[in-house]
Design a protein around this ligand. Structure first.
Ligand code: CP
Ligand code: NVA
Length: 307
């Protein structure tokens, strides 16, 4: 059975802890090496990752490609439109065929079911590069960022403010695995998936939900925002109106701890989900967070390729 990285809830907490530790070690071991140089131990030598994108990407695409290069392997990228997948070939056949060519597959999918079908039919590891349901690689980078800023995850108070989307879902499951507390503030109609919330709580996550952003942010150690219009969302105008009161402003950040950090997975929309003065201000860790996609994913890839 290949080691897939699809959903944080499916992966033992000790493995996730090991992945984060590996990400820290690997990041610091590189020092000032050029970005294209290969890590000394070259753990993915001889390995090739196929990357398939059904939706746009900047960070996921470039960070996975560079991750494979730094691990001593290589990658092949295609959009689903470039592939027969875009003309109706089944995901099942695609999984079987690609498994004969490559050592792992990363998919960014419109529907989480597509990712699950790919994994069920692949004989190599499959990695979730974001679906409509979740974004687990992103959260590993976010947690790496918090730890390197000196935060201890256990007992940390994180506030999610805005849309109860795919990124929020992965934070809920990470709360169960790493022991931080998560307060989620969403307007009516934009709540996180009830099923995923119940699953995370069943796994031991400490999560509170509210419609009041100021309550979620009060004394928080970390405040997190994401776009109000995710890829695939159709009702952009309505969303921008409904979610506007949930913008992370300086006033909202003042409710949090003085040394609170601001996170955002990017891409960001200044003046919508976050004020420019917050995302470009001293509390923001968003560009370290983006960089850590590379380091966290190297550790994820190594975990997937290990037996
Ligand atoms: N955060 C993130 O996944 O960015 P991309 O959409 O650019 O990959
Ligand atoms: N929630 C966003 C995240 C982008 C990285 C989306 O799904 O579009």
């Amino acid at each position: 059975m290949p080691k897939h990285f699809l959903h944080l809830a499916d992966i033992p907490a000790s493995d996730l802890r090991d992945i984060l530790d590996e990400a820290h070690v690997r990041k610091s071991a590189r020092g000032a090496m050029p970005k294209g140089a290969i890590d000394k131990d070259s753990p993915a030598a001889g390995h090739t990752l196929a990357m398939i994108f059904e939706k746009s990407s900047t960070r996921t695409r470039f960070s996975f490609d560079m991750a494979m290069r730094q691990l001593g392997g290589s990658s092949i990228t295609a959009t689903s439109h470039d592939m027969q997948l875009g003309r109706g070939e089944t995901v099942e056949d695609t999984a079987i065929v690609l498994s004969r060519f490559v050592d792992g597959i990363m998919l960014r999918a419109n529907s989480h079911e597509t990712l699950v079908s790919l994994a069920q039919n692949a004989t190599v590891p499959v990695i979730n590069g974001l679906t409509d349901l979740n974004h687990p690689c992103q959260i590993m980078a976010d947690l790496q960022t918090l730890e390197e800023r000196g935060r201890t995850l256990k007992g940390l108070e994180l506030a999610w403010v805005g849309d109860g989307n795919n990124v929020a879902v992965s934070f809920m499951h990470a709360a169960a695995k790493f022991g931080f507390h998560l307060r989620i503030a969403t307007p009516k109609g934009y709540e996180v998936s009830g099923q995923e919330l119940a699953r995370a709580r069943g796994d031991g996550a400490n999560i509170t939900t509210t419609q009041i952003a100021r309550d979620a942010a009060k004394d928080a150690d970390v405040v997190i925002a994401d776009t109000f219009v995710s890829m695939g969302d159709k009702d952009a105008d309505l969303r921008l109106t409904d979610l506007a009161p949930y913008e992370v402003t300086e006033a909202l950040m003042e409710r949090a701890q003085k040394d609170a950090l601001f996170l955002h997975c990017l891409p960001a929309h200044r003046g919508e989900e976050v004020a420019a003065s917050v995302i470009d201000g001293p509390q923001s860790a968003v560009f370290d967070e983006a960089e850590n996609r590379l380091h966290a994913q190297k550790a994820i890839l190594k975990w997937c390729f290990s037996s």
